[in-house]
Design a protein around this ligand. Structure first.
Ligand code: MUC
Ligand code: MG
Length: 367
């Protein structure tokens, strides 16, 4: 169970349909596959998605920090020393997705060593997650057509609508078109990625008052401290903090400061160890949580699914587990399959997927 190597492999897989939102857009999954090897021949795997517009990380930066900074500090530790791993990673500031991928690859290796699924090691609550699909910026008719395709093709009935554009009327028109088209047959919530001001957000939420929204997420910047607090006090649905809470300490600060009333848990940024801390913190504070998506491929989605299925509160609402549908290809030997609106978690050891080495060879960028 001793760690002998930590590798970072950059790869790129184009999206068939780019995702556009208020803080950026993504045209290709230019991610980093992290592999942890042990002296007994086990290989744990996870992926890090660089999101420069959210965390400042880049693909080259993730490869460098994993191979040059993290690997030398982790080689020689055992898979059971995960708190020591966490303490060593914490010596480096930032780099959330690089740290998360290392953490999850170690859990994957541990599950494989113990011959148990990571979901069962974490909490083993359920075998499935309901899926929510994220609708990126487009005109109302195109976004309705996209939602219809997801409902008809995969049974998905929960949609997170990207908002935060100007004029705000365009986004309001999209949400209204979705509600008009689907009636009460779908759940809708909105994510602004900090695109609006507090007062624009308040106006938009007022105009969408009759649309039965489930949540509102990061409508304006958390750094606009008083404006955000004012807004959250006015909104009568849970206000989800996402990119404003990359660590458990940020969750405490934002929630106690009145800037959030629910949390998006993203395994891509807090791994399994940090996400478990966020989950317990949310439970202690009495907050609802949603499993979020960092525009993950199938490796990252399998990680979010493995964690979400482990606990009651993380599997209560639909998790954002479908962005990979817009990728032209992926890395798994057995692709994830959304059926009747659900993803079933794997019951094999570890996180529960295998990498197709031919596909990795095709898409990796370092050979
Ligand atoms: C989301 O929930 O915000 C877009 C930007 C980001 O950081 O994550 C995605 C999805
Ligand atoms: Mg978000």
């Amino acid at each position: 169970m001793k760690i002998t190597a930590v590798e970072a492999i950059p790869f790129a897989i184009p999206y068939t349909k780019p995702l556009k939102f208020a803080s950026g857009e993504v045209h290709a999954a230019e991610h980093v596959l992290v592999r942890v090897r042990t002296d007994d021949g086990i290989v744990g795997v996870a992926e890090a998605p660089p999101r420069p517009f959210t965390y400042g990380e880049t693909q080259d930066g993730i490869v460098a920090v994993v191979e040059k900074v993290f690997a030398p500090q982790l080689v020689g530790l055992t898979l059971l020393e995960r708190e020591v791993v966490g303490a060593r990673l914490a010596r480096t500031v930032g780099n959330p997705t690089a740290k998360a991928a290392v953490d999850m690859a170690i859990w994957d290796a541990l599950g494989k060593a113990l011959e148990l699924p990571v979901t069962d090691l974490l909490g083993g609550y359920t075998d499935r997650m309901r899926v929510s699909h994220m609708l990126g910026f487009d005109d109302p008719a195109t976004m309705v057509a996209e939602a219809e395709k997801m409902r008809d093709g995969y049974g998905i009935r929960t949609f997170k609508v990207k908002v935060g554009r100007r004029p705000i009327d365009l986004d309001v028109a999209v949400v209204r078109a979705l509600r008009d088209h689907f009636g009460d047959g779908v759940e809708l919530y909105v994510d602004g990625n900090r695109g609006w001001t507090a007062s624009e957000s308040a106006r938009a939420m007022r105009e969408m008052d009759d649309l039965g929204l489930l949540f509102a997420e990061e409508l304006c910047p958390a750094d606009d401290v008083l404006g955000r607090r004012w807004l959250v006090g006015k909104v009568d649905v849970p206000f989800i903090a996402d990119e404003s809470v990359p660590t458990p300490a940020d969750v405490t600060r934002e929630v106690l400061g009145g800037s959030a009333t629910a949390i998006s848990i993203k395994t891509a940024r807090t791994g399994f160890t940090g996400s478990r801390r966020v989950h317990h913190l949310a439970e202690g504070l009495g907050l609802e949580v949603v499993m979020g998506n960092q525009i993950d491929g199938q490796v990252g989605t399998a990680c979010a699914l493995a964690f979400g299925a482990a606990f009651a509160s993380t599997s209560r609402y639909a998790g954002e587990l479908s962005n990979f549908l817009d990728m032209s290809d992926d890395l798994l030997t057995v692709p994830l399959e959304i059926r009747d609106g659900y993803l079933h978690r794997s019951s094999t050891a570890g996180i529960g997927f295998e990498i197709d080495e031919d596909k990795l060879t095709k898409y990796r960028m370092d050979l």
